[in-house]
Write a protein that binds this ligand. Structure first.
Ligand code: THU
Length: 132
């Protein structure tokens, strides 16, 4: 699968980040089943824990526009090495996007692609809620 466009969009999305406190820019680009791309950036709050990651902003943006099926998400950050999604984002990717390609980008635009279940093995899932 050629993710060049998605990777470029994730890198571009870093420009719209609002990393007031960490100064760490992150951009994400989410590919829907119908090949539409939704981008997201990290947005920080002075009440630090209210900060929202780039990946979740992209996912929530797409969901609130009516999207329900996804193929891949790319993320780019101010890192030399590959940026890896945080634990909270892994859970949300697992819940909302399911088993998709997660494209991690390094500072030289190289990519490392892993599946949701590789990054979040033995995930807590909707089924667990019905397994009391
Ligand atoms: N951040 C993301 O946007 N995505 C991640 O997966 C890791 C962390 C953001 C949150 C915060 O604004 C900044 O990076 C530093 O943690």
């Amino acid at each position: 699968m050629d993710y060049t466009d998605l990777v470029e969009k994730a890198i571009e999305a870093k420009q719209n980040a609002l990393p007031t406190y960490s100064k760490f820019h992150v951009g994400a680009a989410l590919l829907t089943e119908n090949d539409k791309i939704y981008t997201g950036s990290n947005v920080e709050s002075s009440s630090y824990s209210l900060t929202m990651c780039a990946e979740r902003n992209a996912i929530f943006k797409a969901v609130t526009e009516g999207e329900r099926k996804f193929k891949a998400i790319a993320l780019a950050g101010d890192t030399k090495g590959f940026i890896s999604p945080c634990g909270a984002c892994r859970q949300v990717i697992s819940d909302i996007c399911g088993e998709i390609d997660i494209i991690m980008i390094d500072g030289k635009m190289n990519t490392k692609v892993m599946k949701t279940s590789e990054l979040l093995p033995f995930a807590f899932k909707e089924d667990d809620l019905n397994n009391k």
